[in-house]
Design a protein around this ligand. Structure first.
Ligand code: 4AD
Ligand code: MG
Length: 482
């Protein structure tokens, strides 16, 4: 028996008149004659032609949607529409039956909401096959981008004592004996003892540890799961998401922006080349969806156009203060003016402001820099106050159309005194971060870094609308079964 060949390789070879063995899952079985077989290697199904007159009736009945089968046969040019080659089956074996009465996936379009309920099986749909192949490619491209540039992939811990962002959104890690939970004098659970006697949490960011690496290895990146205990049920937030965090010694904010823009363009370009078929499929899916919307709400650009546009244009760079000035003068629609929405200099931008800047005003990706220091983390490098005495930090957020914030980063405060002073102001205990401060005590140097939310990147590239659809097993409030 010939060796099993994957469908992608078979279709790419275009060979006919050869004997093949293919294995996969039945997507459809028409007229007891044509099997659409998929093995996940490609979006395309392989057509298997069954000689039903000479095939055992019991076997025919077992060829149902969802069943796993193995097929021996001969490749032939296809006379039918929709495929150039097909397999004329000589021998079919059912490896795993699938009861058609019970199998939740049928050869028709299911809603994404329904598929989210059966996340364990949704890999078997064309849409999710495409999404997860694109996700895989993007992840590979991220590594390739950094490896080509001599960055060291640094594995930072998942269990940590620090809440890097200081936002109080960390999950506790506990090995409490539930029958004997340690309590404080006042009877409350003593989380300070939750991990063998110390307080720990799941990491919200590998940045602080990453900075330690950069202060010796020059350029590092992390790429791993991060956790946020924010109870947000949005299409852009997960409780567990993957983040890419490069950290570079001797970089300033401009170098940081250049690197982030180069990274985003590199990985998008790579996916466009490597996953053309999947992206064309997702592009069509979106075009079909757009057709159901009223004309005014339809997107001007298709997914593929949007991705290409992103490659062909420089990201717009401006300061937070410049952005506020634009927003104050803008009238996004007749009813509401941003004058009333933007409370003024010093407040964080709402997503509607970010969307306006990116989608209406500049119509391209935007990098906002130099945010007010009071709305950003303690580690960002402080600018000198401006003429009006307003204080900003060397922060940058990259905003993408349809996504909002995709990257957050900054040049770091490398001056020990300024950093300590900021930690005092914000009530961050210096004793707990003594190891972090040591990098500023011994051979401190300018450095910068950023965090790219991997699922937000996958959202952008696949054109999907909900972050829960671009990670295999989404974690969000009350959702962790599988
Ligand atoms: O802006 P954030 O919170 O920045 C940091 O964590 C820094 N320590 C990064 C750094 O400078 N090394 O998060 C960075 C990015 C966001 O821009 C967003 O893309 C993503 O992570 N992100 C989330 N993605 C999904 N679900 C969530 N709950 C997210 N929170 C942040
Ligand atoms: Mg942020």
């Amino acid at each position: 028996m010939s060796q099993r060949i994957k469908i992608k390789a078979l279709l790419e070879s275009g060979k006919t008149d050869i004997d093949v063995t293919v294995k996969g899952w039945v997507r459809a079985f028409r007229q007891n004659r044509f099997i659409a077989l998929n093995d996940g290697s490609t979006n395309s199904n392989l057509q298997i032609v069954v000689d039903f007159e000479n095939t055992d009736a019991v076997l025919l009945k077992r060829i149902t949607v969802g069943a796993a089968i193995s097929v021996n046969g001969k490749m032939a040019a296809s006379l039918g529409q929709g495929q150039s080659v097909e397999v004329i089956a000589t021998d079919i074996e059912v490896l795993g039956d699938s009861d058609p009465e019970k199998y939740p996936l049928q050869p028709k379009k299911h809603s994404l909401e329904f598929l989210r309920e059966i996340a364990h099986l949704r890999f078997r749909t064309s849409t999710f096959g495409a999404i997860f192949r694109v996700r895989n490619t993007l992840s590979f491209a991220v590594h390739q981008f950094f490896q080509e540039r001599g960055f060291v992939y640094l594995h930072t811990p998942v269990i940590t004592q620090s809440d890097a962002e200081g936002a109080g959104e960390a999950f506790h890690v506990t090995n409490f004996d539930l029958d004997n939970v340690p309590r404080t004098d006042t009877g409350e659970v003593d989380y300070k003892q939750d991990f063998f006697g110390t307080a720990t949490n799941l990491t919200v960011s590998g940045q602080l540890e990453g900075e330690l690496g950069a202060m010796a290895l020059s350029d590092i990146y992390t790429f791993g799961p991060t956790f946020r205990a924010e109870n947000s049920n949005t299409t852009r937030h997960l409780a567990e998401f993957w983040m890419i965090e490069p950290e570079m010694a001797f970089y300033d904010l401009n170098d940081n922006m250049d690197l982030a823009e180069a990274l985003l363009k590199y990985v998008i370009k790579y996916a466009l080349e490597k996953n053309r078929e999947d992206l064309e499929f997702l592009n069509q899916r979106l075009l079909d969806e757009e057709k159901t919307k009223p004309q005014a709400e339809r997107s001007e650009l298709s997914l593929l156009d949007k991705l290409q546009f992103c490659l062909d244009n420089n990201f717009e760079r401006l300061t937070y203060t410049e952005a506020i000035d634009i927003l104050k003068d803008s009238t996004p629609n007749k009813k509401k003016k941003f004058q009333y929405l933007v409370e003024g200099w010093g407040t964080d931008l709402q997503s509607e402001h970010e969307r306006y800047l990116v989608e209406k005003h500049f119509k391209k990706p935007v990098i906002l820099t130099d945010y007010p220091k009071d709305i950003k983390a303690f580690y960002m490098r402080q600018n000198e106050p401006d003429a009006q005495g307003r204080q900003t930090v060397r922060a940058m957020d990259i905003l993408f159309p349809g996504i909002g914030e995709i990257v957050g980063g900054s040049q770091r405060e490398e001056r020990l005194e300024r950093l300590e002073q900021r930690m005092d102001e914000m009530g961050i205990p210096k004793e707990e971060l003594w190891w972090y401060l040591d990098t500023r005590r011994f051979g401190s140097a300018p450095h910068a870094g950023f965090g790219l939310g991997f699922e937000r990147l996958v959202l952008f590239v696949t054109g999907m609308g909900n972050i829960r659809d671009v990670i295999p097993f989404p974690r969000f409030p009350k959702n962790a079964e599988f």
